[in-house]
Design a protein around this ligand. Sequence first.
Ligand code: ADP
Ligand code: MG
Length: 259
Amino acid sequence: FTETLMDFTAKLNEKSKIKKVIGVVSGKGGVGKSLVTSMLASEMSRRGYQTGIMDADITGPSIPKSFGIKKKAFATEAGMMPVETKGGIKVMSINLLLQQDTDPVVWRGPLVGGTVKQFWTDVVWGDLDYLFIDMPPGTGDVPLTVFQSIQVDGIVIITSPQELVSLIVSKAVKMARTMNIPILGVIENMAYYQCHECGTRHTIFGESHIDTVAKEYGLELLARIPINTEIAEGCDSGNIETIETDYFHRTISKIENRK
Ligand code: ADP
Ligand code: MG
């Protein structure tokens, strides 16, 4: 089954050499997939790696906004050129191709899958150490098509305490194992809120079950990220790149150590 799927794997643009491709997945929208993608890429870039982000969430693209990208992408004979952030991260997103980035994208699955495939085959990424993919949410046909056409080296699963964590993790694990993609681990976002005055960690969405679930599926819990107004504002104002936290150290080492 997987062998047949791999036949669809598209060829990377000849002008691009990408060492590692990391997918960021989640069970549904709004759990912080884009935020985690942006922050992981920013940290990698700060560490001196050539980094790119493919915004594969075609119907809910948000990467350009969180980096404050105003430019549009343009085509050359060699292919589409990604747009660089202030810090030098190469970004490709449907928002960089649309005239009005407020236009809703209401395409059906195959068209979305085809676009993402082109982000792989027709974009001149150049030499990258890491390409992060902000995956379409869920574990349905669309993310599956993306995994079929792009050789992903590892995925990170994002959940939040209000989700049906067990169900979501089990679906993601099933998808990854069918596709033979290594799971680097899980990140629980919006895990708690830390009081500025007393330092106490408050739960917002009820008790977390992430430890039990991670253990059940044999996954590493890579991070628990609090609700942090500074990073929310960073996203809104297009300055996500300038925000440094220590939330992702473990995730980054895991990615760096993946041969
Ligand atoms: P997704 O890509 O999964 O749909 P986003 O990354 O866009 O989710 O996050 C949804 C919203 O929640 C965004 O406005 C984002 O800034 C905010 N957000 C996500 N994680 C956090 C967090 N840990 N603290 C504060 N705000 C967050
Ligand atoms: Mg998103």
